[in-house]
Design a protein around this ligand. Structure first.
Ligand SMILES: *Cc1c(COP(=O)(O)O)cnc(C)c1O
Length: 456
């Protein structure tokens, strides 16, 4: 290969994927099914359709169809911000003086500032197609709520976002972006739902939690005709939509005959990582190629590296289905890490199964070292990364530095999921030396694991 690899490898619109790739179709050990928390039986489509859109229920339960066509309306919306660039990090390589070749797939070049729009637009599309009036959801830090608000305004759907009260009050800017796109944003817990009123009565003055916001959003979706609930990560359907990231990455690399050695992504609920690795994992599962795949999680919320592989609730309110996953226990409250999008106690059941079967690695990193990597990256590559994304940057830099020691010219690809312009308070803490690394003790984790539901 003599041709110089450009700084940015773009695909043409014609080269964009026309179908999502469903990794589950190639998995010999399928991810365990979601269970009804009452009966402990696998959830049926009939049980799921009052909560989720019909087409999304189908996608959720389909673990045999490898390729699912992306409807033309969604492909057209994608064209506003996709294909996203695959960037060769020449400047970072130079700075690190590493023989490694580093690439990153940048998903922050849309107004929502993250990869979450890839699934938000698909979920809004299927809700519209079903003739629904609107959708409800929860948001913590606000990236998912922002992406969903944009997607809903595009399809003229009503969007009700339950935002964790503390974020609602401390992150007014994200809230205003959502309102600009026409969403109604309610601080959770609120007086607008039964579960919200109950929580407020039991815990006056509470600043809320994601689990509580989920409970409110689900209640509103199931009690209002014409509404369904949507979720921005963890679920199989979300990983399916996010496969567009990996398919584009693979197509761009193939254009130049590049084969990655290591693929790295940050892991909260697992959607960006699941999407980025999808076609590569497919090759690995089919025995056609091999790659090292690394999930990076915060040391404050280490579900893969220190969790237990078991059935657990997806929410703190314990009303959602049970999923088999690596979990810290639905009771586990991670410390106030600044990577809000990675503060989930569990991990997608597909990724959990793949990790369990040895198809990928996982590591945890501490937040100050994450911000060091973020700053190092920003100074040479220009993009101000989201704290979540910076977990992947940390691991990519560490792998590149290992190559420097060994002299190996490995090709490293990582997912840069978003920008950090709404996270500047976290950057400020880092710059002022006020950032701490809180790591749960074994006792902390054991206490919440002891409360796992008894299933098997
Ligand atoms: C939500 C979010 C994540 C983590 O979610 P996953 O489902 O694990 O991908 C990572 N990066 C950004 C920028 C996010 O908004």
């Amino acid at each position: 290969m003599t041709e110089k690899i450009p700084y940015k490898i773009y695909l043409t619109e014609d080269e964009m994927p026309k179908a999502w790739y469903n990794m589950r179709a190639d998995m010999k050990n399928k991810p365990a099914p979601l269970l009804n928390p009452g009966t402990l039986k696998p959830l049926t489509a009939e049980e799921l359709t009052p909560i989720f859109c019909e087409e999304l229920v189908k996608q959720e339960l389909d673990d045999t169809t490898a390729y699912i066509e992306i409807p033309a309306e969604i492909r057209n919306f994608y064209k506003m911000f996709r294909p996203s660039p695959l960037v060769r990090a020449y400047c970072l390589e130079e700075k690190l003086q590493t023989p490694a070749k580093i690439y990153y797939k940048f998903e922050g070049n849309n107004t929502s500032g993250s990869h979450k729009l890839n699934s938000a637009i698909a979920q809004a599309y299927y809700a519209k197609k079903q003739g629904l009036k609107g959708v409800t959801t929860e948001t913590g830090a606000g990236q998912w709520g922002t992406a969903l608000s944009m997607a809903c305004s595009y399809f003229d759907l009503d969007c009700k976002v339950y935002m964790v009260k503390v974020s609602y009050e401390q992150k007014p800017f994200r809230r205003e972006v959502m309102r600009t796109y026409g969403a109604s944003v309610v601080p959770s817990p609120s007086e607008t739902t039964e579960v919200g009123r109950r929580i407020l009565a039991e815990h006056p003055g509470t600043t809320g939690s994601l689990g509580c916001a989920i409970s409110e959003a689900v209640e509103v979706a199931t009690k209002n005709p014409g509404y369904r609930y949507v979720l921005g990560s963890v679920l199989n359907q979300v990983l399916l939509h996010q496969s567009v990231i990996g398919l584009e990455t693979k197509a761009a690399l193939d254009k130049y005959g590049i084969k990655p050695d290591i693929i790295i992504g940050c892991a909260g609920g697992g959607s960006n990582l699941g999407g980025l690795i999808a076609p590569f994992m497919g090759e690995k599962l089919r025995g056609e190629a091999d790659y090292r795949i690394i999930a990076v999680e915060p040391a404050s919320c280490p579900s893969l590296t220190r969790g237990t592989y078991a059935y657990d609730f997806c929410d703190t309110g314990r009303i959602c289905p049970l999923a088999k996953m690596y979990t810290l226990g639905s009771d586990f409250i991670p410390s106030a890490n600044h990577a809000g999008g990675l503060r989930f106690h569990g991990m997608s059941s597909s990724l959990s199964q793949l990790y369990h079967d040895g198809y990928m690695e996982a590591r945890s990193v501490e937040q100050t070292s994450v911000f060091e990597a973020a700053e190092q990256f920003a100074r040479v590559e220009g993009i101000l990364p989201a704290p979540e994304s910076s977990h992947a940057i940390r691991a990519a830099i560490d792998e590149a530095l290992k190559c420097k020691e060994t002299g190996e010219e490995k090709t490293i690809v990582f997912g840069l999921t978003g920008t950090g312009y709404f996270d500047l308070v976290a950057y400020q803490k880092f710059h002022d030396g006020d950032m701490t690394d809180v790591i749960p003790t074994d006792e902390d984790i054991a206490a919440s694991i002891a409360k796992l539901p008894k299933v098997e």
